[in-house]
Design a protein around this ligand. Structure first.
Ligand code: ATP
Ligand code: MG
Length: 252
């Protein structure tokens, strides 16, 4: 699979969405924005369920230009689409190393790559979260931020699902930039719901929703690119202060 298309449906009052096709490519990040209740999560669900005119919105999702028949839908959704949720907590009583090993073997990866894989997954997760994780740590002992970092890294390195859907990543105790970089860097198509300008501008294009319908797409231009760099500097400063606050330091 190299691309995914959204074909128009209707908004909440039954008005047709005004676009022909929105085509999303692998290796790119797209953000989804709009006010509360505007239909962002519904759009994510349409994509996750590979709808074909049969959800409340009437949208259709095509893979490489083709609709996905009902009989293949569940299987394709499971193998192609990963969903990174907001409240992620592991309940399994196994170590991180065992988890990675089991997941890699379930995905059919040979033994000789599994050891180096565990190292890579943990290294990436540690760039995403500030609370370090290590191979022997039990999954059930991970904090929310550590869990999400491990999950993002796991999706980047082990899942072969090309599409990743993320509903609101902020306030989760993880480095958004590192997490998204890890996913996009492994040629995933990443769709991200956000209310945060800095996060939204990480994407080259954003999809705007209102009253349940897609009302426009906005390409990030040069001015917004410059604004993004400013916001990035602020974000880094904020993150540094957060770390120092956690360590109990004087901040001024
Ligand atoms: N095109 C549509 N037609 C009919 N109902 C819709 C449509 N889009 C969304 N809805 C419904 O509107 C409600 C709000 O949508 P949704 O939860 O997707 O909003 P949201 O943008 O994710 O809001 P929040 O920012 O609060 O998470 C849901 O019940 C959803 O099923
Ligand atoms: Mg929502």
């Amino acid at each position: 699979m190299t691309n995914l298309s959204i074909l128009p449906g209707k908004d909440r009052v039954g008005k047709a969405e005004c676009f022909d096709e929105i085509r999303l490519e692998r290796g790119n990040l797209y953000s989804i924005v709009g006010s509360t209740g505007s239909g962002k999560s519904r759009l994510i669900k349409d994509i996750e369920q590979l709808v074909d005119g049969d959800s409340i919105t009437g949208r259709r999702i095509l893979l490489d230009g083709q609709p996905v028949g009902k009989e293949r839908r569940n299987r394709l959704s499971n193998s192609l689409i990963a969903h990174l949720g907001q409240n992620m907590k592991f309940v399994l009583d196994i170590s991180i190393e065992q988890f990675i090993g089991q997941h890699a073997s379930a995905r059919g990866l040979p033994t000789h790559v599994r050891d180096s894989l565990a190292e890579r997954v943990i290294a990436t997760a540690n760039r995403i979260t500030q609370e370090p994780i290590f191979a022997e740590l039990q999954l059930s002992a991970l904090s929310g931020g550590q869990s999400r970092a491990l999950m993002a890294s796991d999706i980047a390195h082990i899942c072969d699902s090309p599409v990743v859907l993320i509903d609101e990543i902020e306030n989760a105790g993880i480095d958004k930039h590192e997490a998204l970089q890890a996913l996009v860097g492994t040629e995933k198509l990443v769709l991200l719901v956000t209310h945060d300008p800095h996060t939204a501008l990480m994407a080259g294009m954003r999809i705007v929703l209102d009253h349940g319908g897609i009302v426009r797409t906005v390409e990030r231009d040069e001015q917004e690119q410059r604004l993004f760099l400013e916001l990035e500097t602020n974000y880094r400063n904020q993150t540094t202060l957060q770390q120092r606050l956690r360590r109990g330091e004087h901040l001024a």
